[in-house]
Design a protein around this ligand. Structure first.
Ligand code: XUL
Ligand code: CO
Length: 438
Protein backbone atom coordinates (compact mmCIF):
# COMPACT_ATOMS: atom_id res chain seq x y z
CA UNK A 1 0.00 0.00 0.00
CA UNK A 2 1.26 3.47 -0.98
CA UNK A 3 0.98 6.11 1.72
CA UNK A 4 2.10 9.09 -0.35
CA UNK A 5 0.92 10.05 -3.84
CA UNK A 6 4.08 11.96 -4.73
CA UNK A 7 6.68 10.52 -7.04
CA UNK A 8 10.33 10.33 -6.13
CA UNK A 9 11.68 13.84 -5.58
CA UNK A 10 14.39 14.74 -8.09
CA UNK A 11 16.85 17.56 -8.60
CA UNK A 12 15.63 20.07 -11.19
CA UNK A 13 17.85 23.08 -10.44
CA UNK A 14 17.31 26.52 -8.86
CA UNK A 15 14.92 27.82 -11.51
CA UNK A 16 12.36 25.04 -11.28
CA UNK A 17 8.84 25.97 -10.18
CA UNK A 18 7.98 22.36 -9.42
CA UNK A 19 7.09 22.28 -5.69
CA UNK A 20 8.09 18.61 -5.56
CA UNK A 21 11.66 18.96 -6.82
CA UNK A 22 15.01 19.84 -5.30
CA UNK A 23 16.48 23.18 -6.32
CA UNK A 24 19.93 22.70 -4.77
CA UNK A 25 20.21 19.15 -3.41
CA UNK A 26 21.81 17.19 -6.21
CA UNK A 27 22.98 13.99 -4.49
CA UNK A 28 25.79 13.12 -6.92
CA UNK A 29 27.16 16.63 -7.44
CA UNK A 30 30.74 16.80 -6.25
CA UNK A 31 31.69 19.65 -3.92
CA UNK A 32 35.30 19.90 -2.69
CA UNK A 33 35.98 16.35 -3.84
CA UNK A 34 32.98 14.66 -2.22
CA UNK A 35 29.43 13.97 -3.33
CA UNK A 36 26.72 16.11 -1.77
CA UNK A 37 25.09 12.96 -0.42
CA UNK A 38 28.33 12.10 1.42
CA UNK A 39 28.71 15.60 2.84
CA UNK A 40 25.09 15.53 3.94
CA UNK A 41 23.93 12.24 5.46
CA UNK A 42 20.37 13.37 6.09
CA UNK A 43 18.19 11.54 8.57
CA UNK A 44 14.47 11.40 9.30
CA UNK A 45 13.43 11.80 12.93
CA UNK A 46 10.85 9.08 13.55
CA UNK A 47 9.13 11.13 16.25
CA UNK A 48 8.35 14.32 14.37
CA UNK A 49 7.72 12.85 10.98
CA UNK A 50 5.76 9.70 11.77
CA UNK A 51 4.33 10.37 15.23
CA UNK A 52 3.74 14.09 15.84
CA UNK A 53 0.35 15.39 14.79
CA UNK A 54 0.75 19.05 15.71
CA UNK A 55 -0.66 18.85 19.23
CA UNK A 56 0.26 21.88 21.34
CA UNK A 57 -0.66 23.22 24.79
CA UNK A 58 -3.78 24.83 23.37
CA UNK A 59 -5.08 22.33 20.88
CA UNK A 60 -5.23 18.83 19.53
CA UNK A 61 -3.38 17.53 16.51
CA UNK A 62 -4.09 18.84 13.03
CA UNK A 63 -2.19 16.27 10.98
CA UNK A 64 -3.43 12.75 10.35
CA UNK A 65 -0.55 10.36 11.02
CA UNK A 66 -2.71 7.25 11.27
CA UNK A 67 -1.40 5.87 7.96
CA UNK A 68 -4.59 3.81 7.61
CA UNK A 69 -4.37 2.17 11.06
CA UNK A 70 -5.71 2.85 14.52
CA UNK A 71 -3.18 4.89 16.54
CA UNK A 72 -1.96 3.13 19.66
CA UNK A 73 -1.99 -0.34 18.06
CA UNK A 74 0.81 -2.52 16.74
CA UNK A 75 -0.90 -2.37 13.35
CA UNK A 76 -0.25 1.39 13.47
CA UNK A 77 3.39 0.80 14.45
CA UNK A 78 3.83 -1.37 11.35
CA UNK A 79 2.03 1.18 9.15
CA UNK A 80 4.43 3.87 10.38
CA UNK A 81 7.36 1.71 9.32
CA UNK A 82 5.88 1.29 5.84
CA UNK A 83 5.07 5.00 5.53
CA UNK A 84 8.46 6.02 6.90
CA UNK A 85 10.44 3.89 4.48
CA UNK A 86 8.32 4.99 1.53
CA UNK A 87 8.82 8.62 2.57
CA UNK A 88 12.59 8.27 2.98
CA UNK A 89 12.94 6.45 -0.34
CA UNK A 90 10.96 9.09 -2.20
CA UNK A 91 13.19 11.84 -0.80
CA UNK A 92 16.48 9.98 -1.02
CA UNK A 93 16.90 10.13 2.79
CA UNK A 94 19.35 7.40 3.75
CA UNK A 95 19.15 7.39 7.56
CA UNK A 96 16.65 7.57 10.38
CA UNK A 97 16.81 8.30 14.12
CA UNK A 98 14.43 6.96 16.76
CA UNK A 99 13.43 6.92 20.41
CA UNK A 100 12.20 3.58 21.76
CA UNK A 101 8.70 4.98 22.33
CA UNK A 102 8.46 6.28 18.76
CA UNK A 103 8.39 2.74 17.44
CA UNK A 104 5.62 1.00 19.41
CA UNK A 105 2.86 1.88 21.85
CA UNK A 106 4.20 1.43 25.39
CA UNK A 107 2.46 -1.31 27.44
CA UNK A 108 1.72 -1.23 31.18
CA UNK A 109 4.46 -3.82 31.69
CA UNK A 110 7.89 -2.91 30.38
CA UNK A 111 8.49 -6.57 29.44
CA UNK A 112 5.61 -6.40 26.96
CA UNK A 113 6.91 -3.09 25.57
CA UNK A 114 10.27 -4.75 25.01
CA UNK A 115 8.62 -7.69 23.22
CA UNK A 116 6.83 -5.23 20.92
CA UNK A 117 10.13 -3.46 20.27
CA UNK A 118 11.71 -6.77 19.24
CA UNK A 119 8.84 -7.45 16.86
CA UNK A 120 8.89 -4.02 15.19
CA UNK A 121 12.67 -3.89 14.85
CA UNK A 122 12.62 -7.29 13.08
CA UNK A 123 10.35 -5.63 10.52
CA UNK A 124 12.43 -2.43 10.37
CA UNK A 125 15.51 -4.55 9.74
CA UNK A 126 13.75 -6.26 6.82
CA UNK A 127 12.90 -2.85 5.37
CA UNK A 128 16.46 -1.65 5.86
CA UNK A 129 17.80 -4.65 3.99
CA UNK A 130 15.34 -4.10 1.14
CA UNK A 131 16.05 -0.38 0.77
CA UNK A 132 19.63 0.18 1.96
CA UNK A 133 18.36 2.81 4.42
CA UNK A 134 20.35 2.83 7.67
CA UNK A 135 19.96 3.84 11.29
CA UNK A 136 21.91 6.98 12.22
CA UNK A 137 21.25 6.87 15.95
CA UNK A 138 18.89 5.57 18.57
CA UNK A 139 17.90 6.83 21.99
CA UNK A 140 15.58 6.16 24.89
CA UNK A 141 12.77 8.55 25.72
CA UNK A 142 13.47 9.29 29.39
CA UNK A 143 11.27 12.35 29.61
CA UNK A 144 7.71 11.55 28.51
CA UNK A 145 6.51 9.04 31.08
CA UNK A 146 5.24 10.53 34.39
CA UNK A 147 7.75 8.36 36.27
CA UNK A 148 10.48 10.66 34.92
CA UNK A 149 8.93 13.86 36.30
CA UNK A 150 11.94 14.33 38.63
CA UNK A 151 14.44 13.17 36.04
CA UNK A 152 15.77 9.79 34.93
CA UNK A 153 19.47 9.47 35.74
CA UNK A 154 18.94 12.47 38.02
CA UNK A 155 15.80 11.12 39.68
CA UNK A 156 15.50 11.20 43.47
CA UNK A 157 14.10 7.65 43.21
CA UNK A 158 16.46 4.69 42.82
CA UNK A 159 13.58 2.65 41.38
CA UNK A 160 12.99 5.21 38.63
CA UNK A 161 16.76 5.23 38.02
CA UNK A 162 16.54 1.47 37.35
CA UNK A 163 13.67 1.97 34.91
CA UNK A 164 15.82 4.52 33.07
CA UNK A 165 18.62 1.93 32.98
CA UNK A 166 16.22 -0.69 31.61
CA UNK A 167 15.10 1.60 28.81
CA UNK A 168 18.67 2.62 27.97
CA UNK A 169 19.78 -1.03 27.93
CA UNK A 170 16.97 -1.96 25.54
CA UNK A 171 17.46 1.09 23.33
CA UNK A 172 21.18 0.33 23.03
CA UNK A 173 20.38 -3.28 22.10
CA UNK A 174 17.96 -2.05 19.42
CA UNK A 175 20.49 0.48 18.12
CA UNK A 176 23.09 -2.28 17.82
CA UNK A 177 20.54 -4.60 16.17
CA UNK A 178 19.75 -1.92 13.58
CA UNK A 179 23.43 -1.11 13.02
CA UNK A 180 23.07 2.44 14.39
CA UNK A 181 26.22 4.56 14.26
CA UNK A 182 25.39 6.58 17.35
CA UNK A 183 23.51 6.57 20.63
CA UNK A 184 22.11 9.83 22.01
CA UNK A 185 21.57 11.08 25.54
CA UNK A 186 19.36 14.13 25.65
CA UNK A 187 18.61 15.14 29.23
CA UNK A 188 15.25 16.82 28.92
CA UNK A 189 14.32 16.06 32.53
CA UNK A 190 17.91 15.87 33.80
CA UNK A 191 18.09 19.11 35.71
CA UNK A 192 16.07 20.90 38.32
CA UNK A 193 13.11 23.15 38.89
CA UNK A 194 14.32 24.44 42.28
CA UNK A 195 17.51 23.98 44.28
CA UNK A 196 15.32 23.94 47.42
CA UNK A 197 14.70 20.23 46.81
CA UNK A 198 17.78 19.28 44.79
CA UNK A 199 21.09 17.59 45.55
CA UNK A 200 22.88 18.71 42.40
CA UNK A 201 26.12 16.85 43.11
CA UNK A 202 24.39 13.53 43.74
CA UNK A 203 22.25 13.94 40.63
CA UNK A 204 25.20 14.72 38.36
CA UNK A 205 27.24 11.83 39.78
CA UNK A 206 24.31 9.49 39.21
CA UNK A 207 23.91 10.60 35.59
CA UNK A 208 27.62 10.07 34.96
CA UNK A 209 27.45 6.66 36.58
CA UNK A 210 24.52 5.67 34.36
CA UNK A 211 26.41 6.83 31.28
CA UNK A 212 29.47 4.79 32.29
CA UNK A 213 27.32 1.69 32.75
CA UNK A 214 25.67 2.33 29.38
CA UNK A 215 29.05 2.64 27.63
CA UNK A 216 30.36 -0.54 29.31
CA UNK A 217 27.27 -2.48 28.32
CA UNK A 218 27.16 -1.14 24.75
CA UNK A 219 30.83 -1.94 24.16
CA UNK A 220 30.28 -5.43 25.60
CA UNK A 221 27.63 -6.16 22.98
CA UNK A 222 29.69 -4.83 20.09
CA UNK A 223 28.65 -1.18 19.75
CA UNK A 224 31.53 0.65 18.09
CA UNK A 225 29.75 3.92 17.31
CA UNK A 226 29.71 7.22 19.17
CA UNK A 227 27.73 8.26 22.21
CA UNK A 228 26.36 11.77 22.02
CA UNK A 229 25.18 14.31 24.51
CA UNK A 230 22.67 16.69 22.96
CA UNK A 231 23.02 19.93 24.93
CA UNK A 232 19.96 22.04 25.69
CA UNK A 233 19.69 24.68 28.42
CA UNK A 234 16.02 24.39 29.32
CA UNK A 235 12.63 23.02 28.29
CA UNK A 236 11.11 20.98 29.66
CA UNK A 237 13.29 21.38 32.80
CA UNK A 238 13.90 24.93 34.00
CA UNK A 239 17.61 24.24 34.17
CA UNK A 240 19.08 21.28 32.29
CA UNK A 241 22.49 19.91 33.30
CA UNK A 242 23.56 19.51 29.65
CA UNK A 243 23.12 23.30 29.23
CA UNK A 244 25.41 23.87 26.24
CA UNK A 245 28.42 22.29 24.54
CA UNK A 246 30.99 23.82 26.88
CA UNK A 247 29.08 22.65 29.96
CA UNK A 248 28.53 19.17 28.54
CA UNK A 249 32.18 18.80 27.54
CA UNK A 250 33.27 19.87 31.03
CA UNK A 251 30.90 17.28 32.52
CA UNK A 252 32.24 14.52 30.25
CA UNK A 253 35.83 15.37 31.15
CA UNK A 254 35.11 15.60 34.85
CA UNK A 255 33.61 12.11 34.89
CA UNK A 256 36.01 10.47 32.43
CA UNK A 257 33.46 10.00 29.65
CA UNK A 258 35.14 12.16 27.01
CA UNK A 259 36.67 9.28 25.05
CA UNK A 260 33.31 7.71 24.24
CA UNK A 261 31.11 10.79 23.87
CA UNK A 262 30.79 13.60 21.35
CA UNK A 263 28.23 16.36 20.90
CA UNK A 264 25.00 16.16 18.94
CA UNK A 265 24.42 19.87 18.33
CA UNK A 266 20.88 21.05 17.66
CA UNK A 267 20.53 24.49 16.09
CA UNK A 268 17.50 25.51 18.13
CA UNK A 269 19.07 24.32 21.40
CA UNK A 270 22.07 26.54 20.70
CA UNK A 271 19.93 29.63 20.33
CA UNK A 272 17.99 28.79 23.51
CA UNK A 273 21.35 28.73 25.32
CA UNK A 274 22.03 32.26 24.06
CA UNK A 275 24.60 31.09 21.53
CA UNK A 276 24.67 30.93 17.78
CA UNK A 277 24.47 27.47 16.21
CA UNK A 278 27.92 28.16 14.84
CA UNK A 279 29.31 28.88 18.31
CA UNK A 280 28.17 25.49 19.60
CA UNK A 281 29.64 23.77 16.55
CA UNK A 282 32.96 25.57 17.01
CA UNK A 283 33.17 24.76 20.74
CA UNK A 284 32.57 21.10 19.89
CA UNK A 285 35.01 21.16 16.97
CA UNK A 286 37.96 22.71 18.81
CA UNK A 287 37.52 20.07 21.50
CA UNK A 288 37.46 17.26 18.92
CA UNK A 289 33.88 16.45 19.86
CA UNK A 290 31.75 17.51 16.91
CA UNK A 291 29.68 14.39 16.42
CA UNK A 292 26.32 14.95 14.79
CA UNK A 293 23.74 17.61 14.01
CA UNK A 294 20.05 17.97 14.81
CA UNK A 295 19.18 20.15 11.85
CA UNK A 296 16.43 22.62 12.59
CA UNK A 297 16.02 26.28 13.47
CA UNK A 298 14.26 28.33 16.09
CA UNK A 299 12.40 31.62 16.10
CA UNK A 300 14.11 34.63 17.63
CA UNK A 301 10.83 35.93 18.99
CA UNK A 302 9.93 32.74 20.82
CA UNK A 303 11.66 31.42 23.92
CA UNK A 304 11.12 27.73 23.33
CA UNK A 305 12.24 24.96 21.02
CA UNK A 306 10.13 25.51 17.92
CA UNK A 307 11.95 22.81 15.89
CA UNK A 308 11.35 24.48 12.55
CA UNK A 309 12.75 23.08 9.35
CA UNK A 310 15.95 24.91 8.44
CA UNK A 311 15.39 27.78 6.04
CA UNK A 312 17.99 30.38 6.95
CA UNK A 313 20.84 30.11 4.44
CA UNK A 314 23.23 32.20 6.55
CA UNK A 315 22.83 29.63 9.32
CA UNK A 316 23.21 26.56 7.11
CA UNK A 317 26.21 28.16 5.37
CA UNK A 318 27.97 28.89 8.67
CA UNK A 319 27.14 25.39 9.90
CA UNK A 320 28.60 23.82 6.76
CA UNK A 321 31.66 26.06 7.01
CA UNK A 322 32.33 24.66 10.49
CA UNK A 323 31.77 21.10 9.32
CA UNK A 324 33.93 21.42 6.19
CA UNK A 325 36.73 22.89 8.30
CA UNK A 326 36.35 20.01 10.73
CA UNK A 327 36.80 17.55 7.88
CA UNK A 328 33.17 16.35 7.92
CA UNK A 329 31.22 14.25 10.38
CA UNK A 330 32.50 10.73 11.04
CA UNK A 331 29.60 8.69 12.38
CA UNK A 332 27.19 11.61 12.53
CA UNK A 333 24.64 13.06 10.15
CA UNK A 334 21.99 15.72 9.72
CA UNK A 335 18.92 14.61 11.59
CA UNK A 336 15.88 16.73 10.82
CA UNK A 337 14.70 17.11 14.40
CA UNK A 338 12.08 19.41 12.94
CA UNK A 339 8.35 19.49 12.57
CA UNK A 340 5.87 21.07 10.24
CA UNK A 341 4.10 24.15 11.58
CA UNK A 342 0.72 23.19 13.01
CA UNK A 343 -1.26 24.71 10.12
CA UNK A 344 0.89 22.78 7.59
CA UNK A 345 -0.88 19.52 8.22
CA UNK A 346 -1.04 17.71 4.88
CA UNK A 347 1.09 14.94 3.44
CA UNK A 348 2.33 17.41 0.81
CA UNK A 349 3.60 19.61 3.64
CA UNK A 350 5.71 16.73 4.95
CA UNK A 351 7.48 16.68 1.59
CA UNK A 352 7.78 20.45 1.32
CA UNK A 353 9.42 20.51 4.76
CA UNK A 354 12.12 17.99 3.84
CA UNK A 355 12.69 19.57 0.43
CA UNK A 356 13.18 22.92 2.18
CA UNK A 357 15.56 21.48 4.76
CA UNK A 358 17.61 19.43 2.31
CA UNK A 359 17.85 22.32 -0.14
CA UNK A 360 18.79 24.75 2.65
CA UNK A 361 21.69 22.51 3.68
CA UNK A 362 22.71 21.81 0.09
CA UNK A 363 22.82 25.54 -0.65
CA UNK A 364 24.68 26.11 2.62
CA UNK A 365 27.23 23.51 1.54
CA UNK A 366 27.67 25.13 -1.89
CA UNK A 367 28.14 28.57 -0.34
CA UNK A 368 30.45 27.36 2.44
CA UNK A 369 32.67 25.69 -0.16
CA UNK A 370 32.69 28.98 -2.11
CA UNK A 371 33.73 30.90 1.02
CA UNK A 372 36.62 28.49 1.49
CA UNK A 373 37.64 28.67 -2.18
CA UNK A 374 37.34 32.45 -2.12
CA UNK A 375 39.85 32.48 0.73
CA UNK A 376 39.34 36.05 1.93
CA UNK A 377 37.98 35.05 5.33
CA UNK A 378 40.76 32.53 5.98
CA UNK A 379 43.41 34.93 4.73
CA UNK A 380 42.13 37.67 6.98
CA UNK A 381 42.17 35.45 10.06
CA UNK A 382 45.68 34.19 9.25
CA UNK A 383 46.93 37.74 8.86
CA UNK A 384 45.08 38.92 11.98
CA UNK A 385 47.07 36.56 14.19
CA UNK A 386 50.35 36.88 12.26
CA UNK A 387 52.11 38.48 15.23
CA UNK A 388 52.28 35.00 16.79
CA UNK A 389 54.22 33.54 13.86
CA UNK A 390 57.65 34.86 14.78
CA UNK A 391 59.67 36.67 17.42
CA UNK A 392 58.01 37.11 20.78
CA UNK A 393 54.69 35.81 19.38
CA UNK A 394 56.26 32.49 18.44
CA UNK A 395 57.80 32.27 21.93
CA UNK A 396 54.33 32.85 23.45
CA UNK A 397 52.86 30.06 21.32
CA UNK A 398 55.60 27.63 22.21
CA UNK A 399 55.23 28.49 25.88
CA UNK A 400 58.95 29.28 26.15
CA UNK A 401 58.60 32.91 27.24
CA UNK A 402 58.03 33.36 30.98
CA UNK A 403 56.13 36.26 32.50
CA UNK A 404 59.28 38.32 33.10
CA UNK A 405 60.36 37.97 29.45
CA UNK A 406 56.89 39.04 28.30
CA UNK A 407 56.84 42.00 30.66
CA UNK A 408 60.39 43.06 29.68
CA UNK A 409 59.35 42.92 26.04
CA UNK A 410 56.56 45.40 26.77
CA UNK A 411 58.77 47.64 28.91
CA UNK A 412 61.37 47.89 26.10
CA UNK A 413 58.68 48.62 23.55
CA UNK A 414 57.10 51.33 25.75
CA UNK A 415 53.94 51.33 23.59
CA UNK A 416 52.42 48.51 21.46
CA UNK A 417 51.51 48.94 17.81
CA UNK A 418 47.75 49.24 17.22
CA UNK A 419 46.18 45.75 17.20
CA UNK A 420 44.60 46.25 13.79
CA UNK A 421 40.99 46.58 12.74
CA UNK A 422 38.69 43.58 13.12
CA UNK A 423 37.09 44.55 9.79
CA UNK A 424 33.78 42.95 10.73
CA UNK A 425 31.67 44.97 8.30
CA UNK A 426 34.04 44.29 5.42
CA UNK A 427 34.02 40.54 6.18
CA UNK A 428 30.23 40.54 6.37
CA UNK A 429 30.10 42.14 2.94
CA UNK A 430 32.44 39.43 1.65
CA UNK A 431 30.01 36.83 2.96
CA UNK A 432 27.10 38.58 1.26
CA UNK A 433 28.95 38.83 -2.02
CA UNK A 434 29.71 35.09 -1.93
CA UNK A 435 26.13 34.24 -0.94
CA UNK A 436 24.37 36.51 -3.40
CA UNK A 437 26.89 37.77 -5.98
CA UNK A 438 27.53 35.97 -9.19
C1 XUL B 1 14.27 17.66 22.28
C2 XUL B 1 15.15 16.97 21.34
C3 XUL B 1 15.05 15.48 21.35
C4 XUL B 1 16.36 14.80 21.11
C5 XUL B 1 16.29 13.30 21.26
O1 XUL B 1 14.45 19.04 22.30
O2 XUL B 1 15.86 17.58 20.58
O3 XUL B 1 14.11 15.10 20.42
O4 XUL B 1 16.84 15.08 19.84
O5 XUL B 1 15.78 12.89 22.45
CO1 CO C 1 17.11 17.04 19.04
Amino acid sequence: MQHFEMDTIRYEGPSTKNPFAFRYYDADRVILGKKMSEHLPFAMAWWHNLCATGTDMFGVGTADKSFGAVPGTMEHAFAKVDAGFEFMQKLGIRYFCFHDVDLVPAAEDINETNRRLDEITDYILEKMNQTGIKCLWGTANLFGDPRFCNGAGSSNSAEVYCFAAAQIKKAIELTVKLGGRGYVFWGGREGYETLLNTDMKLEQENIANLMHKAVDYARSIGFTGDFYIEPKPKEPMKHQYDFDAATAIGFLRQYGLDKDFKMNIEANHATLAGHTFRHELRVSAINGMLGSIDANQGDLFLGWDTDEFPYDIYETTMCMLEILKYGGLTNGGFNFDAKNRRPSYTKEDMFHAFILGMDAYALGLIKAAKLIEDGRLDDFIAQRYASYNEGIGARIRSGEADLTELADYALNLKKPAAPGSGRQEYLESVVNSVLFGE
